[in-house]
Write a protein that binds this ligand. Structure first.
Ligand SMILES: *Cc1c(COP(=O)(O)O)cnc(C)c1O
Length: 392
């Protein structure tokens, strides 16, 4: 089947079990698919946009209520939807970071945090990770002290990832926020790998900002995401325009500068909304998701020579493994080289690990059923056994 213009329909999710690290939490719900079809037209949510003409005031579809629900769900005061987590970082950086300002990020920060700081003219400075690949409150304190000493000013912002994208480790962001607040540094918690897949209480974490990704972790179409904040910071990051046309004298009401007025205007926001009741329920099953992830990890560990680089036992569904001592040994002798692994998995109905990689790679088991989890674990072991690796 074709979509036209040379585009094949995509059937990955229908045909395979997909363990792609970045795709698992963004897979659409059936309701989001319906919403995407119904609201595919450009400004489709604007049918009933009434005064004061802003996206988050629209009552039909219930976008205003959705904003209130999101804020309550994250235990924060105010929320806006944005085109991706990165646009949330950008709104915050653009509000608080001036030219030459040092901004604290971490050794595990996502590249989009660096981009947001760079775009605002700031200098990103990393809190190092420890030997266990964690960002600790102590390391944060040390870095803050060092930065203040060297730059003779307090960083206007600290970014920290709740769950990092490299290891899927859950970090002590509450402890780090506490440290930052001792220096009056506002903290942005990057929830790209937590908001929408595990419980997140922004206030309990001490967040000044919580940023989430719709298409990474909220079963929403791309590009979508959210930024949640406190009343105090909402006044700043959601400030309204003061611009005035010098010839026409026009002013622009309550449009918010960092949001460029309105943000998600069709399939993105409505898709996010349609999935939200499911997302709100699924975060309650987090312990079971973690147990499933542990089961696949243990199956991999039963293959002699395999190492897990993420925290063990697992506390998240995103996991990084080192198979240089197992699958990579097979790849060296195999006629398909490193592609043997992805191709053997594909034969067993599994996709999502980078084709050709048999050294260090990641997988994400989020959203799989018990049966799929069993199949994935067994498939890894079977491929290993058939390749002559020892099962321990
Ligand atoms: C994917 C990811 C992002 C970017 O999210 P977008 O919604 O695509 O902008 C940011 N941070 C982390 C840790 C990520 O994994």
């Amino acid at each position: 089947m074709k979509c036209g213009a040379g585009i094949d329909t995509r059937d990955i999710e229908e045909m395979y079990i997909n363990i792609d690290p970045i795709q698992a939490g963004g897979r659409l719900t059936a309701d989001a698919m319906k919403a995407a079809i119904a609201f595919g037209d450009g400004y489709s949510v604007c049918d009933n946009c009434l005064k004061p003409f802003r996206l988050d005031y629209i009552k039909k579809p219930p976008i205003a209520q959705f904003h209130a629900d999101l804020a309550a769900w994250l235990n924060m005061d105010a929320v806006r939807v944005v085109p991706g987590a990165r646009r949330g970082f950008q709104a915050v950086a653009s509000t608080y970071v001036g030219k030459g300002d040092p901004v604290i990020v971490t050794a595990l920060a996502h590249y989009t945090e660096f981009m947001a700081v760079e775009a605002a003219g700031g200098i990103p400075l990393e809190i190092p990770k420890d030997a266990k690949n964690h960002i600790t409150p102590d390391a944060a304190a040390e870095k803050i002290e060092a930065v203040i000493r060297e730059h003779s000013r307090t960083p206007p912002l600290l970014f920290v990832d709740h769950v990092d994208y490299q290891f899927g480790n859950v970090h002590d962001v509450a402890g780090i926020a506490k440290v930052a607040h001792q220096y009056d540094i506002p903290v942005l918690i990057n929830g790209a790998y937590s908001v929408g897949i595990m419980p997140v209480d922004g206030r309990a974490l001490g967040a000044d900002f919580v940023v989430g990704s719709g298409h990474k972790s909220m079963a929403a179409p791309a590009p979508s995401g959210l930024i949640a904040t406190t009343n105090e910071h909402a006044k700043e990051v959601f400030r309204t325009t003061e611009a005035k046309g010098d010839v026409t004298g026009r002013t622009f009401g309550i449009k918010e500068v960092e949001m460029m007025g309105c943000t998600l205007m069709g399939v993105t926001v409505v898709g996010m909304m349609a999935s939200f009741p499911h997302v709100r329920e699924r975060v309650k099953n987090w312990e079971s998701e973690v147990a499933y992830s542990q089961a696949v990890t243990d199956a991999l560990l039963s293959i002699d020579g395999t190492k897990v680089l993420s925290d063990y036992p697992r506390r998240h569904t995103l996991t990084r493994v080192d198979t240089r001592g197992s699958f990579d040994l097979v790849a060296r002798e195999h006629k398909k080289r490193g592609y043997f692994l992805s191709s053997e998995l594909k034969r067993r109905g599994i996709t999502g690990i980078i084709p050709g990689s048999t050294r260090i790679w990641k997988y994400n088991t989020f959203g799989l059923t018990a049966k799929q989890i069993r199949h994935v674990g067994e498939a890894f072991v079977e491929v290993a056994r058939e390749s002559g690796l020892n099962i321990i």
